[in-house]
Design a protein. Structure first.
Length: 347
């Protein structure tokens, strides 16, 4: 990877790297764009094969947060943090790493506001909170809004309602068959939202406890993880890993709509074209799963749950705008979403 070429390709702003010998911190904060306000984005704490992979991940995700904030009309830019998780991590070292990371965030002067992401938790954010006020998603007893997963799921459900209206002229989800890939945090709450509205559920997850909970609570049908793509259903909802829509999986899809909570679902931009060619309506992921970001952005402004739920509910309108423009301009829906964002960012 040529770093400057990649930065130009993503129209990047700032890239900050920090090491701390005492704790073993190796951190990257990628601040993509600050046009509409300070950047908000989670902190990822996972192992990487090398530094280049960690930098690429931070930059790609940071750009995604800019697009998510912009299409949601938020007064924020996009950024992301990555901490390279060391092998054989101890609890003591973890605390030291997040203490050092909190000081790193503070040194950026408010350009970047951190929160949870893959591999991080409320206790980690509590440690960060000891060293900076530029953090969200810490312990609710200290004034945070807590787990944003239910709000993310609410937004995805509203997007599925928009897709049902656009594709089938339906005003309800009763009897709609949704296949959910991944029923962890967001996937479980999405299953609950859909079940409460009468949808039929088929699920797949690598974690047996997640599966058993959904079977018990919602009567969901279960298939093996590899079989979820071929389930004959109305909506396929990816709520686990990224890059799940690719050359191998798209030909196997037996649905009319793809609408889920996971980030970066398209392995490559051309896969949006493949979905369009198969007449599968795609709900662009960063527009659909913005409920969590909307939640923490409201926390930053002064939390009001009623306002949050109202704003998350407007994801329905955002998706209808994308679908209608995609149809009128005969474009893949991911291209339309990107154009809406870029017209706002770079007009």
């Amino acid at each position: 990877m040529d770093l400057f070429n990649y930065s130009d390709e993503l129209k990047f702003g700032d890239l900050h790297l920090k090491t701390d010998l005492d704790s073993g911190l190796h951190a990257i904060v990628a601040v993509h764009n600050l046009k509409f306000g300070p950047s908000i984005g989670g902190c990822r704490f996972i192992e990487y094969p090398d530094t280049a992979a960690a930098i690429r991940d931070a930059m790609r995700l940071g750009r995604g947060m800019t697009y998510k904030a912009a299409i949601s009309g938020l007064s924020h830019g996009g950024g992301k943090a990555v901490i390279v998780r060391p092998k054989n991590l101890t609890d003591k070292q973890r605390v030291k790493i997040f203490s050092a990371f909190g000081k790193f965030v503070e040194s950026l002067g408010g350009d970047y506001i951190t929160c949870e992401d893959s591999g991080t938790s409320v206790p980690d954010m509590n440690v960060v909170k000891q060293h900076t006020n530029h953090v969200l998603g810490y312990d609710p007893s200290s004034g945070s809004s807590g787990d944003p997963s239910p709000l993310t799921a609410l937004g995805v459900r509203r997007g599925i309602e928009a897709a049902a209206k656009f594709r089938w002229q339906r005003n309800d989800l009763d009897g709609l068959h949704v296949a959910i890939q991944g029923v962890g945090h967001v996937g479980y709450y999405l299953a609950k939202e859909l079940h409460d509205l009468g949808a039929t559920l088929t699920i797949a997850d690598m974690n047996n406890e997640n599966v058993e909970r959904c079977v018990k609570d919602f009567g969901a049908k279960v298939v093996a993880p590899a079989a979820i793509y071929g389930v004959k259903c109305d909506v396929f909802a990816p709520c686990a890993l990224g890059s799940v829509l690719n050359d191998s999986t798209i030909p196997r899809l037996a649905c009319e709509v793809v609408a889920g909570a996971s980030n970066n679902q398209l392995a490559e931009a051309r896969h949006g074209v493949l979905l369009k060619d198969r007449n599968i309506l795609y709900a662009p992921d960063y527009a659909l799963n913005a409920g969590g970001l909307i939640n923490v952005a409201q926390e930053y402004a002064g939390y009001d749950e009623t306002k949050v739920r109202e704003k998350v509910g407007l994801i329905y309108n955002t998706m209808m705008r994308i679908f209608e423009r995609g149809m009128s301009e005969n474009l893949p829906m991911d291209v339309v979403a990107d154009r809406i964002v870029e017209e706002r960012l770079y007009a």
